[in-house]
Design a protein around this ligand. Structure first.
Ligand SMILES: [Zn+2]
Length: 303
């Protein structure tokens, strides 16, 4: 009898570790993000971006253990955001964030809020944008696009990859997906690519099949790497951790490529150590993003 109880305890402990605690990044992953190659693609660019702005469309909180294995029970501030990159000759917008219905549907805490004015500014920003991208095809990154009242006014500037385009029907409004979005021609990207003065996009499948990262150099030389949801919290990069398996199984369809995400986390950890001046920007880390705004690394609203 004792041995049966011992066996049950071992099985439960193993399952707990596997689902909630295991998060082993590889020893190295130097080939994942080639910053030197990104720099080379924009080395001769003029009219570099002068302003990089963020809209915070919604705020919420989640327990730290949901964003980082072994992260504990403290609250972590999550923002729902989009980015605008402004150069003297062009504007690039990255992101579609959440609408109010989605913010309510995925609400995690009593402290959640939605900023209708910020959401309106995001929708309106597509009119003056030259190109529109998303970091990836998840529900909290697409809604200002799929639920925009007139997406046909900006589909010619929309650069969505094939996995991103395929996901759009999931996020349609009640009236159905706009024909202009349903017939969108996918943006082809197989390798890092310069997309505008001072901006490079690179494929980064893992968190989702259509995940991208964006490397940007501002006109004062400040460089940025926008990493979408590779991590929700910058502490994951410090601690070489990803999300718990249990959460991945519950929330992501299709599942994350966990092995690839852990390679990316290792790569970002090493890049952060080697290039401390590079500003790494995840989409959701509230306190960290607030600090970037306070420091002037990001403008606090679109222009
Ligand atoms: Zn995501």
């Amino acid at each position: 009898m004792k041995s049966i109880i011992a066996l049950i305890v071992v099985v439960i402990a193993a399952a707990f570790w596997w689902l909630l605690l295991d998060s082993r990044a590889p020893e190295s992953a130097d080939d994942v993000f080639d910053i030197a190659a990104y720099r080379a693609l924009i080395a001769d660019d003029v009219d570099l971006p002068s302003n990089i702005n963020i809209e915070i469309v919604g705020m919420d909180e989640a327990p730290k253990f949901a964003t980082e294995t072994g992260g504990g029970f403290s609250k972590h501030a999550l923002y729902y955001t989009a980015i605008q990159i402004v150069s003297p000759t062009e504007k690039t917008v990255i992101g579609g964030a959440v609408d109010d219905l989605t913010a309510t549907a995925i609400l995690q805490s009593d402290n959640a809020s939605f900023d209708a004015s910020a959401y309106d500014r995001l929708k309106e920003s597509y009119a003056s944008a030259d190109q529109i991208f998303i970091t990836h095809e998840h529900l909290d990154h697409v809604m200002a696009i799929t639920r925009h009242p007139a997406p046909e006014t900006f589909t010619d500037k929309l650069r969505l990859t094939a996995p991103q385009v395929e996901s759009l029907p999931l996020f349609a409004p009640a009236s159905g997906l706009s024909p202009a979005l349903a017939s969108l021609t996918p943006f082809e990207i197989a390798a890092p690519m310069r997309i505008a003065s001072g901006i490079v996009v690179a494929p980064a499948a893992g968190h989702s099949p259509g995940s991208l990262v964006f490397f940007v150099r501002r006109d004062d030389g400040q460089e940025y790497l926008f990493i979408g949801d590779i991590v929700w919290a910058m502490s994951n990069i410090d601690h070489l951790k990803t999300r718990p398996r249990l959460l991945q199984y519950l929330f992501f369809e299709p599942d994350e490529d966990r092995k690839q995400v852990l390679r990316q986390v290792r790569a970002l950890h090493d890049i952060a150590a080697r290039k401390p001046d590079l500003v790494i920007v995840p989409d959701h880390d509230g306190a960290y993003l607030r600090n970037l705004i306070d420091q002037g690394a990001l403008g606090g609203t679109f222009q």
